[in-house]
Design a protein around this ligand. Sequence first.
Ligand SMILES: Nc1ncnc2c1ncn2[C@@H]1O[C@H](COP(=O)(O)OP(=O)(O)OP(=O)(O)O)[C@@H](O)[C@H]1O
Ligand SMILES: [Mg+2]
Length: 272
Amino acid sequence: MSPSQPIIEAREVFKVFTAQGNRHDRRAFLALHDVNLAVDAGRFVALVGPSGCGKSTFLNMIAGLVRPTEGIVRYKGAPVEGVNTDAGYITQDDNLFPWRTLQENVEVALEFRGVPATGRRAEAGKYIAMVGLGGFEHHFPHELSGGMRKRAALIRTLIYEPDVVLMDEPFGPLDAQTRVILQDELLKLWEGSGKSILFVTHDLVEAIALADEIVMFSRAPGTIKRRYTVPISRPRDVFRIHAHPAFGDFYDQVWRDLKEEIIEVALEVRER
Ligand SMILES: Nc1ncnc2c1ncn2[C@@H]1O[C@H](COP(=O)(O)OP(=O)(O)OP(=O)(O)O)[C@@H](O)[C@H]1O
Ligand SMILES: [Mg+2]
């Protein structure tokens, strides 16, 4: 990969799904339509758009879990073929192993890499301390709160230092206070790391607080409607992001564009 090459690139990507359900009615459904996107290394990009517009499908393509019907997705310059284990993927469901303790969950990737037990413990301990989970190493996931599980899922991915982290509504089900605390922790872990993050969210405040750039998908069939550069410098105070002088106008602009898509989806549903 040359330094000027984007780390992720989608070119003229289309995705058609065929419903499996009824043998006599296998309707083709166009989920993504002519998606073109290039993401440079080190960027934090938020993906927003109405429910069902193909955001998760797009992340799944970068992770190599779904193939485009047409077009190409490149990762570090090479087409994604098969599961892309180089990229970290944090899904909405935290996917911790219920039979493993917090520490054993965090160590998993190092175990796969054959790192000896003492090295694993030291590294996991460092990450566990970074997100304030010290003292909970031997707790099982069901003994942790929702916010603690999200932290565990985050560091379980970051510990193997992926250059790209895909995050699909990672803080979705949390209460508002815990979300903001986790956003702040994520920014602290990310800033200066050089990693690229693709972060799907329905929360525009979250997108503005975290991202360098917001990519808005249209309603289905999803295509990129607009890209915005977030006009707020770093480091950011996520707790007071509303108070930034550039916040109000920028939020209104992005929300106006998103609202158009959401209203159209609502009208289409009503007409059906
Ligand atoms: N494996 C699949 N088979 C058939 N249809 C699928 C499959 N995966 C996704 N779809 C369809 O593709 C469309 C886009 O789904 P996707 O999950 O990517 O949307 P999304 O933007 O992530 O939505 P949300 O914001 O609700 O998570 C939806 O209509 C969904 O039903
Ligand atoms: Mg989704």
